[in-house]
Ligand binder design. Sequence first.
Ligand code: AR6
Length: 168
Amino acid sequence: MKIEIIKGDITKIEVDAIVNAANTSLLGGGGVDGAIHGAGGPEILEDCQKIRNAQGKCKVGNAVITRAGKLPAKHVIHTVGPHWNGGSNKESIKLESCYEKSIELAIENNCRTIAFPCISTGIYRFPKEQAAEIAVKTIKLHKNQDAIDRIIIVCFDDENYQLYQQLI
Ligand code: AR6
């Protein structure tokens, strides 16, 4: 499994699955969530609504999968990152679970290439350095490395890009 770090917009990446930093409602929001729904069109929200009707809200640390509408990716995996609350609310474990569950869901859906944004490091204010360490550690330690060909971490801002380059 190859890990790549790039700087850019995740809505433009052609992979089997891009990951969305969603919220528990699954019904859209700002940041990368807004960009994905905006670029992908109504098909993504339609699938999210069906999931909501079937299972209710998505818990923090969990993930669900939908079609990708007009995006170049084939699927969108929506995961809900933790809101940073000083670190005493199991934020690290919850963030680790986002990466873990997203990779598992990708494998279950035969996705061999995955692009991740820097989950929770925007509106949810998770400290970027700590989030990057958790992301890299969780991806590298994933037990089913043979099932994935490539993971791309898509950094939107310079700070994240530099942090990930130092780590990889
Ligand atoms: N491509 C890649 N990364 C992006 C893009 C993009 N187009 N746009 C922003 N980022 P955020 P969170 C980066 O705030 O912190 C939403 O309202 C951004 O620079 O999108 O998990 C949801 O609905 C940052 O590094 O997500 C939730 O309510 C990273 O993506 C809440 O925000 C994550 O920032 C989730 O907050």
